[in-house]
Design a binder for this molecule. Structure first.
Ligand code: BG6
Length: 656
């Protein structure tokens, strides 16, 4: 018997058979000259074609206000700087596949205020359907301004797009509404003309393999599900960190903000996948019922609860190392110079059901932060330390399961192991699964699977109307509170940082901290670790603990005996001598505090944060272990000691 694999939804694929191609259809894209079409939709269709997954009975009709001939549309989509050659995601470009796909792309301009143009579009679709024998199936893709979604649905219906043989489906891009009321209204407008099972509300996060894998991981591995509840899990952190700023999207973003742009949709979708009850089956509605049920169990905050549980931020102008000033959010084109829109948000939610009662769910997302990285950290409750009394073990860390969604794709389980040797010592170690190592797959845009699933009538990866409304219900009180209470402290974080101080204080109050997942790639960017042994970097990523210090806050006091060294991720600190003079300023990538753990003395200087500073802390036990295991790191430390403090140490002294 061939092994059976379940594709998201109801399709069963036998690994020795070929995966069936997408269903025949004519795909009509509104907004075909826009960014989404050239950057994602056409590359996704091209990927499907490369993998033999695009039906031979497929044709695309693009439309938009721009007057273009089909030939000009081809040219645009094929061009080096604007088209497929720029945006494809394969390692090599296959001309033959592209030429075949390009021959199936058509264009006709239209004005959506003109009913005649809708007739023209319909005639064109009917003609393409005949030419390509698409069986009357029509996939309408609304990639326009969201303000047009409702009227497009109405006009398509009025123009007869629901008539005739075959299926008719509509993919609606995000955002679906801008608040609860507008989402409800849009649902009503859409559903006045179409059935719910014809509407495919898209959220591109559900197209990501690593997000889909959350369900596969939870429900195909017997060992985790019994632990997946308040008895064993201490807290869950969802982190979507973006390095990019708002850039040219100011016009859209200033009316949105991160709560609408990232949390209400992408993050709540991931939350639902991670925390929902097991569905009865992998059928679309089984999964969607559970997701909606989960979101409906999230506590809806009262205004005072919003104030307590959510914080927001906006990035300001930042002085770069080279002395140039990089503008802040308020200086972005098409953004109100007094804008109160948040480019960062962090908060705590509760799911009021049997499984999750009392488990804090932390969420955090922002633009212009220190790295691009989406990860979910599930932190388990700690083992009791009592057993280790009278041993050298001082603390037991919690187990963490980390889902690396992007750009690192994989899963990591952190646990503790005995350090080899005669004494009982513990060290954090990890088990890692990396997609890149386990599967030989091409990079996808995420839209392939969405288009493929839609043509096959599989709505698993799309949001149902009730789910969208449930997500808005959670976000609404936060939006209302923020609208009624402006943020006088904006801007409150600098580019390249971990976000505003309020975010770390939010968790500090609970006796926790955010897990800043430092990848080896990030450490490699720091001069100290450039070209370092990957094993060393890996050990460091597991040992580093993040802290944030406010401007003016003391990090170390002269004369104190502490057992930690510090690595500056962002910001500046001042080194102050015994007379109170600032003798040096250290910045991003610099280390300090190593000397007193190197030679076990008290601190020889005071260190104070000059700006809001993000730091990684390395404890003495980990430091010494890493020195022992990685002579290269020891060499670097000897060099630092010599250059900075004119102290010459032998390797033996260092290791002692
Ligand atoms: C979009 C948001 O939905 O998602 C953008 O509008 C954001 O602001 C993007 O940058 C992030 O997507 P990804 O796939 O890069 O994580």
């Amino acid at each position: 018997m061939p092994e059976t694999i379940h594709f998201p939804g109801t399709h069963e694929i036998h690994s020795t058979n070929l995966i069936p191609s997408s269903a025949p259809c004519v795909m009509l894209i509104f907004g075909a000259t826009g960014d989404l079409t050239k950057r994602l939709l056409i590359p996704a269709l091209y990927n499907l074609a490369c993998d033999g997954l695009l039906s031979d009975n497929f044709a695309l009709l693009g439309t938009g206000r721009t007057q273009l001939t089909t030939e000009a549309f081809h040219e645009h989509m094929s061009s080096e700087d604007q088209g497929i050659r720029k945006f494809h995601t394969r390692n090599t470009f296959d001309e033959a596949v592209w030429n075949k796909l390009a021959s199936r792309l058509h264009y006709v301009s239209s004005n959506i205020d003109d009913p005649e143009d809708f007739k023209k579009l319909r005639d064109q679709v009917v003609q393409l359907d005949k030419q390509y024998q698409a069986g009357g199936n029509v996939l309408m893709y609304l990639a326009t301004s969201p303000s047009l979604f409702g009227q497009l649905c109405a006009k398509l219906r009025q123009a007869g797009f629901n008539d005739g043989p075959g299926w008719k489906r509509i993919i609606i891009e995000k955002p679906f509404g801008t608040d609860l009321e507008s989402a409800r209204k849009l649902n009503q407008e859409v559903l006045a003309h179409w059935e719910e099972n014809q509407i495919y509300r898209i959220d591109h996060y559900l197209g990501k393999e690593t997000v889909q894998n959350l369900l596969a991981f939870r429900f195909s591995n017997g060992m985790f599900e019994p632990l997946w509840n308040k008895n064993n899990i201490d807290n869950i952190q969802f982190n979507v960190c973006e390095e990019v700023d708002v850039g040219s999207r100011g016009g859209y973003y200033d009316g949105s903000g991160v709560l609408r742009d990232m949390m209400q949709n992408h993050m709540f979708q991931m939350l639902a996948y991670l925390c929902m009850e097991p569905p009865a089956s992998f059928a679309a509605d089984s999964i969607r019922n559970e997701k909606a049920k989960l979101l409906n169990s999230v506590r809806i905050f009262k205004p005072e609860e919003v104030a307590r549980n959510f914080v927001r931020g906006q990035y300001g102008a930042t002085l770069q190392h080279n002395g140039t000033l990089k503008s802040g959010y308020r200086e972005t084109p098409n953004v109100n110079p007094q804008s109160n829109t948040e480019t960062f948000a962090a908060g705590k939610l509760y799911i009021d059901n049997w499984r999750w009662e009392g488990v804090p769910i932390y969420l955090r997302s922002g633009k212009a932060l220190w790295k691009r990285g989406t990860e979910i950290v599930v932190e388990f409750k700690k083992a009791p330390i009592a057993l280790f009394h009278n041993t050298p073990v001082e603390r037991v860390s919690s187990n963490r399961l980390i889902f690396n969604i992007q750009p690192v794709q994989g899963i990591e389980l952190l646990f503790q192991a005995k350090v080899p040797g005669p004494l009982l010592g513990l060290q954090k170690v990890d088990m890692r699964f990396s997609y890149g190592d386990a599967f030989n797959v091409s990079r996808y845009t995420g839209y392939e699977v969405m288009i493929y699933a839609c043509t096959n009538g599989d709505a698993t990866l799309f949001s149902r109307g009730d789910l969208v409304e449930a997500a808005w219900k959670i976000a609404q009180p936060i939006l209302d509170y923020w609208k009624d209470n402006l943020a006088p402290e904006f801007p409150n974080y600098t580019r390249g940082s971990w976000g505003p101080k309020e975010a770390s204080e939010l968790l500090k109050r609970d006796g926790r901290h955010w897990y800043e997942v430092a990848t080896t790639e990030i450490l490699e960017r720091l001069p100290l670790f450039k070209d370092s042994d990957p094993l060393l970097l890996n050990s460091l990523t597991m040992a580093l603990r993040p802290i944030t210090a406010s401007a003016g806050e003391f990090i170390l006091h002269r004369g104190a005996l502490t057992k930690e060294m510090y690595l500056i991720s962002h910001g500046e600190v001042e080194i102050i001598d015994s007379t109170g003079q600032v003798i040096e300023t250290l910045r991003e990538g610099d280390v300090f505090g190593e000397i007193s753990i190197l030679i076990a003395t008290t601190r020889i200087a005071t260190v104070r944060a000059k700006t809001l500073t993000d730091l990684f802390v390395l404890g003495k036990a980990d430091f010494c272990r890493i020195l022992r295991d990685h002579p290269q790191f020891a060499e670097t430390m000897l060099k630092v000691a010599k250059e900075r403090y004119s102290i010459t140490l032998s390797k033996e002294q260092l290791m002692s």
